[in-house]
Design a protein around this ligand. Sequence first.
Ligand code: FA5
Length: 389
Amino acid sequence: MLRPVSATSTGAMSSSDNKPAQTLADLGITQTDQVVSLFAEVRARFDSQASRPLDLPNWEILRQSWIGRKSGALTLITENWLNPASPDLKRSVGQELNKLKAHLEATLEERKLDIESLVDQGASIRERVDLSLPGVIRPIGSHHLIRQVFQEIEDIFFSIGFSVVEGPEIETPYYNFEALNIPEFHPVRDDMDTFYLELPKGAPTPLLLRTHTSPMQIRTMEKQKPPVRVIVPGKVYRRDNPDATHSFAFHQIEGLAVDTDITFCDFTGTIEYFVKQFFGPSVKTRFRPSYFPFTEPSVEFDVSCPFCGGTGTSAGGGTCSKCKGAAWIELFGAGMVDPAVYGFVNYDAKKVSGFAFGIGIDRLAMLKYGIDDIQVFFQNDVRFLRQFP
Ligand code: FA5
């Protein structure tokens, strides 16, 4: 019967180091299965040593002791077990030795990676608690120029008793058009061609992205009895092709004042007050007749060009590039609320009167800050945004 062999108990390997001192013949190993179990013992011995907690210097000692070229266990196994093995055993010793070698190399490499990653983690933990390191600087953002202009305009209107209301960007045709006295097939709808939402069949009403902030005139008057004095900042949408002064999404501020005794003079006085506060006292203003279905009379409001001082000529003597020599720049549409509109909100047109205006904020900001392309507001280029901290 074969005796079971143990790399240490048989003395095949010393218990203090991994040196296989004797030959297989000395160990009484004469059969292949004894060779296999001897190598299994050696492998188990290595595994137990490699599974202990190791730092890099100890890993290096382990590596030298097993695969070190001069006196590692593999070299000594080759010299003491393989080379002198009988021809019957040589083949199996060679095979087992190769398997052992592959296992040792792979395990040692794996352990080294483990140790290195632990070292990296340890370093990052130390970094996290290193109070001497400078703090992380998180740059503070600022309001977009459009938001800043909204704020400026809101402050001016607050100061004369207006309050702010906001409304939905998705509207029904009723609020966006019909209640503003723009029935279906009215030609004005062509100017406001817009985006409709795709809705399931049978939806009670079409929905669209509002084309102006004017629907909030109706929603406000439905909720509130006169006196009304509100402004409505917000985003609006039209199917306009983008160019230097057009965008498919842009911003407006609607204004609405309704009471029992509001006159055209209140209207012009309010608008002029706003414009002088916004552009400065030297700017001149003028009204031109215009047309909106929901105001009567309707006007376009112009300011004298703030770039050429209302002369139409640039500093060099040429034509002012901003007003194209006209000396005036169109600012926004406005007018006295058309009595037909009161009919949609149960106001008595005989008792109330009021005015409304709709200011394009993007173009106003362009004018005030000398910006020549509306698209920069939407491109979010920080080099532009940083100019308006
Ligand atoms: C209106 O939108 C009316 N609701 C304004 C109004 C309100 C009139 C209350 C009377 C009473 P209009 O279509 O002209 O009007 O647009 C108003 C402003 O929006 C324009 O003066 C312009 O500054 C701006 N605007 C219009 N289309 C664009 C566009 N595609 N891109 C950027 N700004 C635009």
